[in-house]
Design a protein around this ligand. Structure first.
Ligand code: SF4
Length: 221
């Protein structure tokens, strides 16, 4: 799943709990994110002048083994499929004349973050669209609910490399079927799985014995 890349960058254990063990739990942060997504989660489309907006668009990349749904993809109409440098950047859309250049837009709760998880998820969407449409995509955008602003993201070679690397790591994690030990970080406070994961009880160093001792201590209180 495209979302697994973002989960992995946030915390590999969170990624394994969700995508290997099938655990899910919601907190106010994930609920707020879900609300924000409800605006764009119904599959559909609308065309205004030379821009077609496709919402909840299904995506797939066989090359990178990715699948998921794009919140919104803007398709900008142009007369020819190439850009100034001769690269194919626009494709035909069924029932529409001309060529349409895709521009993915992902909706996020909160504000821009210091890590690159949101950008990687957006770039993964672009990789899927490139493969599906046979085009090259130079940029997309992230829309943040807290700032209510769009931030443009360039799909440069560094971001593409990071995205491909994380996709490979997620595949290895799922194939191995092993959930990494928890590492207590600041991010744990915002993690919806903190009650399932219990990183304070089991921190990966003396995990089993310490966890059992804590359970017995709690039961004896
Ligand atoms: S609570 Fe912390 S260690 Fe556990 S899954 Fe969440 S972020 Fe990872």
């Amino acid at each position: 799943m495209l979302s697994a890349l973002q989960h992995y960058l946030f915390c590999p254990r969170q990624c394994a709990l969700i995508h290997v063990e099938g655990v899910w739990s919601e907190n106010f942060l994930t609920a707020a994110g879900r609300q924000l997504h409800e605006r764009v989660d119904r599959r559909g489309g609308a065309t205004r002048k030379d821009v077609h907006l496709a919402t909840a668009l299904r995506l797939v990349s066989r090359r990178f083994g990715l699948t998921g749904v794009a919140d919104m993809v803007e398709f900008h109409r142009q007369e020819i499929p190439q850009d100034g440098s001769g690269q194919t950047v626009a494709a035909r859309l069924p029932g529409r004349g001309g060529f349409w250049r895709p521009f993915p837009v992902e909706y996020k709760r909160g504000a821009p973050k210091s890590h690159r998880a949101d950008e990687v998820q957006l770039c993964a969407q672009a990789l899927c669209l490139e493969e599906m449409l046979g085009v090259s995509i130079g940029a997309g955008a992230l829309f943040y609910g807290e700032t209510r602003r769009r931030t443009d993201v360039a799909f440069d070679s560094e971001l593409r490399g990071l995205t491909e690397d994380v996709a490979g790591k997620v595949h290895a994690l799922v194939r191995a079927g092993l959930t990494p030990s928890p590492v207590l970080t600041k991010g744990c406070r915002a993690c919806s799985l903190v009650d399932v994961c219990r990183p304070g009880d089991v921190d990966g160093r003396d995990s089993a014995s310490r966890w059992i001792k804590n359970q017995i201590d709690e039961a004896c209180r």
